[in-house]
Design a protein around this ligand. Structure first.
Ligand SMILES: C[S@@+](CC[C@H](N)C(=O)[O-])C[C@H]1O[C@@H](n2cnc3c(N)ncnc32)[C@H](O)[C@@H]1O
Length: 254
């Protein structure tokens, strides 16, 4: 298939939402690209002029390269960890999707990424598979603004997709100690970061499904810990109860 056919490339809803959040710019990098569908769609639909797929693993990198070879010079695949393979000023946006929040945090906050963010990286489109609180904490610490915070349901799973945009001058791009600070936040703050503003949107079915699963999961953990007598289990029990209480205050359980 030629790249021009990619205008009609049919994507799963999760990837479609990600692609639609990317602004029309010259060049975007997709970190942890795997199948390469996001850069293929971005270039194929003319949303961006060029796209760079970055992969830390050789297998996916080779698959992406093969998909791109049949395509166009505007698509490039590079091997490397996070933003390391990017040069300063080369991209105006970065997509990091389908990974855990802690992995995305690490990609965004290593020393080299800090340099790129500080230099000029106006847009980040992020889709964590868990721990989205870390993404909101990253925004708060860095000065990036969350200008889209969307929940969508795709084949029975709820996904959170966030778009962060950089103000003219970033507050901070040195994240030493920021992860530990996150861990020391009060449970109330952690709960607020984890679920974001969607808790107030009672019409959002994807978020409601996610919320129900989270409530059930935490209640299951409590029931399990209740049966245990160890000191560690009691400490954990108190934590999870506090988390549940924080959730209930934020959006009262039915
Ligand atoms: C589950 S896939 C997600 C693929 C795609 N982004 C999506 O959302 O469907 C995660 C991919 O990220 C890659 N990956 C994980 N950590 C990475 C890192 N630090 N730098 C680059 N790629 C990474 C993995 O090799 C894997 O191919």
């Amino acid at each position: 298939m030629h790249v021009s056919d990619k205008r009609t490339l049919h994507l799963p809803l999760r990837l479609e939402a990600i692609v639609r959040m990317v602004s029309r710019v010259d060049c975007v990098a997709d970190i942890g690209s795997d199948h390469g569908l996001v850069p293929l769609a971005l270039v194929g639909r003319g949303i961006v002029g060029r796209a760079i797929a970055i992969e830390v693993a050789l297998g996916p990198l080779q698959a992406v390269k093969a998909a791109f070879e049949r395509q166009h010079y505007r698509l490039e695949a590079r091997l490397g960890d996070g933003m390391q393979p990017l040069r300063q000023g080369e991209v105006q946006g970065v997509v990091v999707a389908g990974m855990g929040g802690a992995t995305i945090w690490r990609i965004l906050t290593d020393a080299y990424a800090g340099k790129l963010l500080k230099a000029d990286l106006p847009e980040l489109v992020l889709q964590p598979m868990d721990a989205p609180g870390l993404i909101r904490w990253f925004a708060r610490r860095s000065g990036y603004e969350i200008d889209r915070d969307v929940w969508l349901g795709d084949r029975g799973i709820s996904y959170n997709v966030l778009r962060l945009t950089a103000p003219a001058a970033l507050r901070e791009a040195d994240f030493a100690g920021a992860y530990d600070e996150f861990l020391k936040l009060s449970i109330k703050s952690r709960v607020e970061l984890e679920y974001g503003s969607a808790v107030y949107d009672l019409t959002n079915a994807a978020f409601a499904a996610h919320w129900r699963l989270q409530v059930a999961k935490h209640k299951r953990i409590v029931a399990h810990l209740e049966r245990s007598v160890s000191v560690e289990a009691k400490r954990r029990y108190a934590q999870v109860m506090e988390w549940l209480d924080g959730m209930n205050r934020l959006r009262p359980f039915e």
